[in-house]
Design a protein around this ligand. Structure first.
Ligand code: AMP
Ligand code: GLY
Length: 425
């Protein structure tokens, strides 16, 4: 079959690699793609993920059999619906279901209504009401812009003054645009954060192996929040006991709740979980694969990804025996120095050929492109996700860091402590 992937980052490169392994895929296409994806798929860099008409026209032109919509913006904006209206088979939630990620107020209300464990909260559309509420609230406290904000619309405030400034930033100064028309104020939770991605077919949910992200820019979880500086999988903190609890009280109840609301969810639900002293709680839902979680999860999956995707679309996921290798993976993001603020790009990336022919090393491109001379150059804050598998997390980590040395570009920056938490486990 002919498959089109919508997106162009490290996550999409990992999805493309997984599809490349499938015996059922004859040709792969990607919009807009990047220089790494272009090595295994036909890319169309001129089409943006929010240009729905162009995406639909491209899918028609290439006679695509299956479309995979990966990023949050087009999912929340309804690209799945636009493609389905033209008769395409599509993997990903429709607009009605993607609201699970698109509105934090919606997801909090859903969890409250269906008794899914999460932080206590209130939703606000009036800044004055939010300010009044803060006067008697316990600190620290967490403010969240309701809508999509590139993963940056969350403020953790230690004092009343900070929290008041946060309300101004989100709701009055509209730092995150319309995402801040509504705001969630929620209880601050403590514990270890883990990510669990899951396949969903509307009724059945199958969790993938666990992962852990490192969101801050600098070593020791210092610095600004980023899209993610590195991941590892599995995480030893996600024990069988935690898994059992989550399946019973979080995963299945979420899928059932969406169905009960007339918003049947098909695709991937990414559960951001906090393992608090009182048990697992939902931090957030995403309606898609995570980036860079996908890079360490899919390379460990044994199933043919197309079989699983089709089962999600057809409602037959109960027939799939989802299996992962009994190994580990670590992904270290090579970024442009200065990310997530100001950084230069356009520098030649050298050493990519070192990954050729190595089964346990992967170099996923996140922000790369071909320049006018056909050289591969940096083209974003996060540039590459250098990933390795190994028998243990320690081994995978050592290998991933070894492989980061194979790559050079002028302003290469990375964290040096990805997966270090495992040493404490
Ligand atoms: P989110 O986008 O909702 O996952 O929030 C981004 C990050 O903020 C999370 O990964 C957590 O590290 C932190 N965070 C969000 N909500 C809370 C909370 N209620 N308590 C403590 N930390 C939080
Ligand atoms: N790595 C976090 C995310 O994809 O939202």
């Amino acid at each position: 079959m002919k498959v089109l992937i919508v997106g162009g980052g490290g996550r999409e490169h990992a999805i493309a690699m997984s599809m490349k392994k499938s015996k059922r895929v004859d040709a792969l296409y990607c919009v807009p793609g990047n220089a790494g994806i272009a090595q295994i798929a036909e890319c169309e860099p001129s089409i943006g993920v929010m240009e729905f008409e162009k995406v639909v026209a491209y899918a028609k032109e290439k006679e695509i059999d299956l479309v995979f919509v990966a990023p949050d913006d087009p999912l929340v904006g309804g690209l799945v619906d636009a493609l389905q209206a033209e008769g395409f088979r599509v993997f990903g939630p429709n607009k009605a279901a993607a609201i699970l990620e698109g509105s934090k107020a919606f997801s909090k209300d859903l969890m409250k209504k269906y008794n899914i464990p999460t932080a206590a909260y209130e939703n606000f559309t009036d800044p004055q009401a939010a300010l009044d509420y803060l006067e008697t609230a316990n600190m620290p406290i967490v403010l969240k812009a309701d809508g999509l904000a590139l993963g940056k619309g969350v403020l953790i405030c230690n004092t009343l003054e900070e929290a008041k400034a946060g309300v101004k930033e989100i709701m009055q100064d509209k730092h995150f645009g319309d995402a801040g028309n509504c705001m969630v104020i929620e209880e601050f939770m403590t514990g270890r954060e883990v990510s669990v991605l899951s396949f969903v077919d509307g009724k059945t949910i199958k969790a993938m192996t666990s992962a852990q992200d490192h969101k801050r820019a600098k070593d020791g979880d210092q610095g600004l929040n980023t899209g993610g500086m590195g991941t590892f999988s599995p995480t030893p903190f996600y024990t069988e006991e935690v898994d059992e609890f989550c399946k019973k009280y979080i995963y299945q109840p979420t899928v059932d709740a969406m169905r009960a609301e007339g918003r049947e969810f098909k695709g991937v639900i990414f559960f951001g979980l906090m393992l608090t002293p009182n048990g697992p709680r939902v931090l957030e839902y995403n309606a898609r694969f995570g980036d860079p979680e996908t890079q360490v999860v899919l390379c460990r999956m044994k199933n043919d990804i197309i079989d699983v995707i089709e089962a999600c679309i057809d409602g037959t996921l109960d027939k799939i025996d989802l299996q992962f290798e009994d190994n580990a993976a670590v992904c270290v993001v090579l970024a442009s120095d200065g990310y997530p603020e100001k950084y230069d790009k356009g520098f030649e990336i050298k050493g990519l050929e070192n990954f050729d022919g190595k089964e346990d090393f992967f170099c996923y491109h996140a922000g790369s492109k071909f320049d006018a001379n056909g050289r591969i150059v940096t083209n974003g804050g996060r540039v590459l996700g250098v990933t390795a598998t190994g028998a243990t997390l320690k081994e995978a980590r050592a290998k991933a860091y070894q492989a980061t040395e194979w790559i050079s570009f002028e302003n290469k920056y990375m964290r040096h402590d990805i997966g270090k938490a495992i040493d404490e486990a």
